[in-house]
Design a protein. Structure first.
Length: 245
């Protein structure tokens, strides 16, 4: 974009659009690999390398991160570098079978030539709007789930809610009541059942997907968690299937 002669507001609008495009790129990259928002963090914790936090990743994916520190771009570069390693080296230090399965066939983020992996410079250039998102990461993938993936998604929501309650040292019953009370009445009963271990079906999940590329339970949990003055909201994770082909 040629910024010569552009108004200050036009520059701000272009900047915001670039950040939204960058966030959607990371979201689609994660979905193509079948990753949840927690996968990279869990991999980093097991393999002992520093990775972008799931809370920060969520905000970036939504295009709401604002100015990012250099560290975030180097963390994305390290993640991409490890995805270029052969399978044996990629899995070093990873003991969890679930994480091994999620990263074994995951793909690095490549440029339009399909060969050049992105590093910190490319990630940064894209974030500020000087480099376009590669074509394959521009289209939003529609959500499709197997029964196992639906089960994993609901378990992630439950684990996250329990983790927040433990962090707050809150009464479990009171906290769950507060969460359920913030849910629209038409969804409340079923959501209570899911929190009590009865998973959503794949068809139910499709109906809970919004135009803003979020699940309604993500929004409910994030709003509930945002009431905690101790820290910012960290939305629940979603698991995506890899695109066929």
């Amino acid at each position: 974009m040629d910024l010569t002669g552009r108004s200050y507001q036009a520059v701000l609008d272009w900047q915001q659009e670039s950040r939204r495009a960058f966030g959607k790129m990371l979201l689609n990259w994660r979905r193509r690999n079948g990753w949840t928002q927690y996968t990279a963090c869990e991999w980093g914790a097991e393999a002992k390398f520093e990775v972008i936090s799931y809370g920060n990743l969520s905000v970036i994916e939504q295009g709401k991160a604002g100015e990012l520190r250099q560290k975030a771009f180097f963390q994305l570069e390290e993640l991409n570098r490890r995805l270029l390693l052969d399978t044996h080296r990629r899995l070093e230090g990873v003991k969890s079978l679930r994480i091994r399965e999620q990263i074994e066939y995951a793909e690095p983020l490549l440029g339009n030539d399909g060969k050049q992996p992105w590093g910190a410079v490319e990630f940064w250039s894209c974030y500020i709007g000087y480099l376009e998102v590669p074509d394959r990461y521009q289209a939003v993938l529609s959500p499709t789930f197997s029964s196992k993936e639906a089960e994993d998604l609901c378990q992630n929501w439950r684990r996250h809610v329990r983790r927040v309650i433990r962090t707050r040292d809150a009464d479990v019953t009171d906290a769950l009541e507060q969460l359920a009370a913030s849910v629209p009445e038409m969804y409340r009963k079923r959501f209570r059942e899911v929190l009590a271990l009865d998973d959503y079906s794949t068809s139910e999940l499709a109906q809970l997907w919004t135009q803003d590329e979020q699940f309604l339970p993500d929004e409910w949990i994030r709003a509930w968690e945002a009431n905690d003055p101790a820290g910012p909201p960290k939305p629940a994770a979603r698991r995506r299937r890899k695109e066929p082909g």
